[in-house]
Ligand binder design. Structure first.
Ligand code: GLA
Length: 350
């Protein structure tokens, strides 16, 4: 279902698309490919909106930390916005301290996507397309990107990312939804239970750039192998948690290279809403909304205070173009970039 959502200052119209499957619904706008709402029933059958977002286009155009958006060309940080490819040095826009974050000043979260509605064997979906020109935001290569969202009968919201380029470039696409399985206006996410299928994570320096070390999570606050409350160890005085102001790190997922596998699960005891995450990616940035500070208004007009949402951004490792030991993020003109991530919703009591 398609409806008019508003117009951008340049006159471009923005539409909202609603995918429903009888159990839950997902709403997406053509600006930034932003997921504005995910409504899923709680254990009592009451519809609960589990993603942070806004009611109006103006708020999405304004300042906000990437709520619900498609992130690219390079999700996460590139140190000093510099990298080199084929002997050529590139300089990206610096928009996060000394670094380039999430694609630069006008990343894929701030552009209009063309949208085609789909029916995938009875499952509703949309395909979003964007053409990013050679040297846009400093990245080489004309890049054609397709992102497909499908809502299945099994209550999975599936994301399929595809891209092709005409020149060697780098790419790392993800989605930046902030979840709160207690409801988007229900306060902080500290009592959610989370598990992440990762035996190690990437420690960072004070600028949140990975040091290159791959550190075992054992006996650290980063151990989420078993379901653990987000809030249990988040305030421990540990350099890593101080740098991130909480969790804002990339976990090194187990079984990379073996296709799509379950990488994380989250549960909210109050609503019983459960979310499983599946992906073929090597990493996930688990970010606990540490930089939210009450200036943004929720859909129910409450304040989004610190840690009122969490993100599980499936991706390649931050700063990979400058870290030869990390899996490679180079896209060759002869190859196609393809990756997928699924979020599966249910209710479950732990
Ligand atoms: C990412 C980063 C965080 C923060 C948010 C947006 O998840 O890792 O540090 O910048 O985006 O606020």
């Amino acid at each position: 279902m398609k409806s008019y959502f508003g117009s951008l200052p340049n006159g471009n119209e923005v539409y909202k698309y609603k995918l429903t499957n009888g159990y839950m619904s997902v709403e997406i706008i053509s600006y930034g490919g932003i997921i504005t709402n995910i409504n899923a029933p709680n254990s009592k059958g009451k519809d609960t909106d589990v993603v942070l977002g806004f009611n109006t286009l103006d708020q999405y155009i304004g300042e906000h930390p990437y709520f619900g958006a498609i992130i690219g060309r390079y999700g996460n940080r590139i140190a000093n916005g510099k990298f080199s490819l084929n002997g050529i040095d590139y300089q990206l826009a610096i928009n996060n301290g000394k670094n380039s974050l999430h694609g630069g000043l006008i990343g894929f979260d701030k552009v209009s996507w063309s949208v085609k509605e789909l029916n995938n064997n009875g499952d509703p979906g949309i395909k979003l397309t964007y053409f990013s020109k050679d040297m846009e935001e400093g990245y080489p290569g004309n890049l054609q990107i397709d992102v497909t969202y499908i809502l299945t009968k099994e209550n999975e919201l599936k994301f399929f990312y595809e891209a092709i380029t005409d020149t060697l470039t780098i790419i790392n696409l993800t989605n930046h939804s902030y979840f709160n399985l207690g409801g988007e206006s229900s306060g902080d996410i500290l009592d959610h239970f989370v598990s992440i299928n990762a035996n190690s994570y990437l420690p960072v320096d004070e600028n949140l750039i990975p040091t290159g070390e791959i550190r075992n999570v054992k006996n650290t606050p980063f151990d989420f192998i078993e379901m653990k409350k987000i809030g249990l160890e988040i305030e421990i005085q540990n350099n890593q948690l101080i740098y991130g102001k909480g969790y804002d790190h990339c976990w090194v997922l187990n079984d990379y290279g073996e296709g799509i596998r379950k990488i994380a699960e989250v549960n909210n005891l109050a609503t019983g809403i459960n979310m499983e995450v599946y992906s073929d990616q090597p990493g996930v940035q688990f970010y606990t909304g540490n930089f939210l500070e009450g200036s943004l208004k929720s859909k129910e007009l409450k304040k989004y205070e610190k840690r009122s949402g969490f993100c599980l951004e499936t991706q390649h490792f931050p700063d990979s173009p400058n870290q030869p030991s990390f899996p490679n993020v180079i896209l060759d003109p002869d190859k196609k970039y393809e990756t997928q991530t699924w979020y599966k919703f249910s209710t479950k009591k732990y």
